[in-house]
Design a protein around this ligand. Structure first.
Ligand code: DQQ
Length: 565
C-alpha cells in the first residue's frame, strides 16, 4: 500500500504517534484528579494473565481440583471490599485450560453455627465413585476453628456451583492442648493401604508448629493419630499444610511436606519419606532441625500455596497467593487486592534432592511473536536492551553462560542463613568484583531510575560454588511508601559442572515472577512502577560483575490477555 500511496504510511505513522502522545498526556492530566488516579492505578497494575477476581479481596487458593474435564479454583474472598475480613467466603472460578477462567457464584459463605464467623482455607478430595468433597475450616459462633465438610449439591452440574454443608458438621474440633484459635486448613485426604483416610491440619503447641494427623474410615468420624505427621521446634503456627508424594528417586517414593509459617509469612518445604503405618514423615536432610534451613517455595511474595493432582495430565500443580506490596489505602483505591501465581508444575529434580517448579505449558498459548537473541557477550558493566516487547506483559527466558569461574568472590559461611541480607548488602548495581551481578532489569525506566533487578551472583565456597539469586525491588517504583524489599535465595546448582544458569521471568504489570536454575529457586515480587503510566518501560540484560558473561540464548514473548471474568 505504501508504494501506491507513498505519503499514506507517513500520515498513518504520524497520526499514530500523535494519538499515543495524546493518550499519555490525557493520563497525566487525569492523574491529577484523585478519583481518576485510583481508576488508572487499578487498571495499570491489574494483571493480564495472573489469576485475580474482577474486584475486591482475594487471599489463599483453596481446594484446587480437576473434575470431569473442568479445573476448579476456589479462593479466600471478601466479596464486599478490597480488604481481608475474618468473616470470609469462598470465591469460585472454573477453567478448561488453567489459563482462561469463568467466575461463578460464591461456593461457601458463613451461614451455619459451625462457620458463621468465616469460611477459612481448605482442600478438595475426590472420593471413590468420582465424588468431590471439600474440607475447610469454619469459625464457629465463638470463633473456634473447626473442620467442616461440604459436598456438591448436584453432581450433574458440570461446574459444581452449589455446595451443601451437612448438619453433622463440624467433623473435627480442637481437642487436648490445641488452641481453638490456632487450628486450621485441612489438607487433601489420602487413602491408606488399610482402607482408612488420612488428612493433616496445622496448629501450634508451646510455640512448636505441628502437622496433626487424623484418620477416618467413613470421611465423617475423624480420629487423631497418636503422633503428629511432623513438627518442628519453635517455628510458631503452621498454616495450609500440604503433603503428597512428589516422585520416585532410586526406587523410593519421595514425599513433600509444605508448611506456611505464620510468623514469617513464607512457605517452606521438606522432602523425605513417609511411613504410613507409623503415620510419620521423615526428612531426608536431617542435618538441622531448624526450619529456617528448609528451602522455600518462593523467596518473594508468595504464601499459603496449595497443590492438586491434575488427573488429566498426571502432574502436580501448585498455586500460591501473592499479596500486594502497597498500602491498604492503595488496595481500597484500586478496588482489588491479591493475585495468584501462575499455576506451577512440581517435580522432583533428577537426583531426588530438590523440588523443581515450572509454569504450566498451557501458559505458552498466550505467547505472541518471539524475540530471539543469541551469543551476546555481556562484558563487565554492560547492559543490552531487549527491544520489540511490551515489557509490562511478557515472558522472558534467558540462559547465561559463565566462561570462567576464576574471579568468583570468596563465600563467608555466615551468609548462608540470610540470603536477602546478602542481596541487600551487595546490591544489584555496584560492581564489587566477581561473577555477577548479572541478570535482567525489568519494568525499567530508560535512565534506570525505576527497575526491578532479577539477577545472580556466584561465590567460591569451600570446595564448591554458591549461586545467589536476588530480586531487588528497592528501585521498583519512585513511590517511597511501598514495601520494596530485596528478596533472595540460593540456587542449588552445580555451576562448576553446568557452567550455565537459566532465568525465566514472567512480567505482568504489578508482578515479576521468576524461576532461576530451571525452576529450582523462585522469587515473586509485587511492584508498582510509576513509569507504567507512560507505557514506556524497558527490559535489559545486564552484567555488572568483573567477569564477562555470555547470553547463549534469550527468548522473549509478549503475552496476550487471559480471559478472566
Ligand atoms: N488464611 C486463611 C486461613 C489461613 C490463612 C484465612 C493463610 O485459613 O490459615 O483467610 O493465609
Amino acid at each position: 500500500m505504501a508504494s501506491i500511496f507513498p505519503g499514506l504510511g507517513w500520515i498513518l505513522g504520524f497520526s499514530f504517534i500523535c494519538s499515543s502522545l495524546f493518550e499519555i498526556y490525557r493520563r497525566h492530566l487525569l492523574y491529577q484528579d484523585p478519583i481518576a488516579k485510583n481508576f488508572i492505578a487499578s487498571e495499570l497494575y491489574r494483571t493480564a494473565y495472573h489469576f485475580q477476581p474482577t474486584q475486591h479481596w482475594m487471599n489463599d487458593p483453596n481446594a484446587p481440583m480437576y473434575y470431569n474435564g473442568v479445573y476448579h479454583l476456589f479462593y479466600q474472598h471478601n466479596p464486599d471490599a478490597a480488604t481481608w475480613t475474618a468473616n470470609i467466603s469462598w470465591g469460585h472460578s472454573v477453567s478448561a485450560d488453567l489459563v482462561h477462567w469463568t467466575g461463578l457464584e460464591l461456593a461457601l459463605t458463613p451461614s451455619d453455627p459451625f462457620d458463621i464467623s468465616g469460611c477459612w482455607s481448605g482442600s478438595a478430595t475426590i472420593l471413590p465413585g468420582s465424588k468431590p468433597v471439600i474440607l475447610y475450616t469454619g469459625l464457629d459462633t465463638v470463633s473456634r476453628q473447626v473442620q467442616n465438610i461440604a459436598y456438591p449439591k448436584n453432581l450433574s452440574d458440570p461446574f459444581l456451583r452449589e455446595w451443601i454443608k451437612p448438619r453433622y458438621n463440624p467433623v473435627i474440633e480442637p481437642h487436648g492442648r490445641i488452641d481453638a484459635a490456632l487450628f486450621r486448613d485441612p489438607s487433601t485426604a489420602w487413602l491408606g493401604r488399610d482402607g482408612s483416610w488420612r488428612l493433616t491440619v496445622g496448629t501450634v503447641i508451646d510455640g512448636n508448629g505441628l502437622a496433626m494427623l487424623y484418620k477416618s474410615k467413613d470421611f465423617v468420624k475423624w480420629v487423631p493419630a497418636e503422633n503428629p505427621l511432623y513438627y518442628t521446634n519453635g517455628s510458631g503456627m503452621w498454616e495450609c499444610v500440604d503433603f503428597f508424594p512428589l516422585g520416585e528417586a532410586r526406587g523410593v517414593t519421595k514425599y513433600m511436606l509444605k508448611v506456611s509459617m505464620f510468623d514469617v509469612s513464607y512457605d517452606y518445604y521438606a522432602l523425605g519419606t513417609y511411613d504410613e503405618e507409623g503415620g510419620v514423615f521423615t526428612r531426608d536432610d536431617a542435618s538441622s532441625t531448624d526450619y529456617r534451613t528448609w528451602p522455600m517455595i518462593d523467596y518473594g511474595r508468595v504464601y499459603a500455596s496449595k497443590t492438586f493432582l491434575d488427573e488429566a495430565k498426571q502432574r502436580r500443580i501448585l498455586w500460591g497467593w501473592s499479596n500486594e506490596s502497597n498500602s491498604i489505602a492503595d488496595d481500597v483505591a484500586k478496588g482489588w487486592a491479591g493475585i495468584q501465581t501462575v499455576p506451577r508444575v512440581l517435580s522432583l529434580d533428577t537426583d531426588g534432592k530438590r523440588l523443581v517448579q515450572w509454569p504450566i505449558e498451557e501458559l505458552e498459548s498466550l505467547r505472541g511473536e518471539q524475540i530471539h537473541l543469541q551469543d551476546i557477550e555481556l562484558e563487565t558493566g554492560s547492559q543490552v536492551e531487549v527491544r520489540g516487547l511490551k515489557v509490562s506483559q511478557a515472558d522472558v527466558e534467558v540462559e547465561f553462560e559463565l566462561q570462567s569461574l576464576i574471579g568468583a568472590e570468596p563465600f563467608d559461611a555466615n551468609w548462608i542463613v540470610d540470603p536477602p541480607k546478602l542481596c541487600r548488602e551487595k546490591g544489584a548495581y555496584a560492581n564489587h568484583g566477581g561473577i555477577g551481578p548479572f541478570g535482567l532489569l525489568v519494568l525499567a525506566a530508560d535512565n534506570l531510575e525505576e527497575n526491578t533487578a532479577v539477577y545472580f551472583r556466584v561465590f567460591r565456597a569451600e570446595g564448591s560454588y554458591k549461586v545467589l539469586m536476588c530480586a531487588d525491588q528497592r528501585r521498583s517504583s519512585k513511590r517511597s511508601e511501598l514495601y520494596k524489599p530485596a528478596s533472595g535465595g540460593f540456587v542449588d546448582i552445580d555451576i562448576k559442572k553446568e557452567r550455565k544458569i537459566s532465568l525465566r521471568t514472567l512480567i505482568d504489570h504489578s508482578v515479576v515472577e521468576s524461576f532461576g536454575g530451571g525452576g529450582r529457586t523462585c522469587i515473586t515480587s509485587r511492584v508498582y512502577p510509576t513509569i507504567l503510566l507512560n507505557d514506556n518501560t524497558h527490559l535489559y540484560a545486564f552484567n555488572y560483575g568483573t567477569e564477562t558473561v555470555k547470553i547463549s540464548e534469550l527468548k522473549a514473548w509478549n503475552m496476550a490477555q487471559a480471559q478472566i471474568s
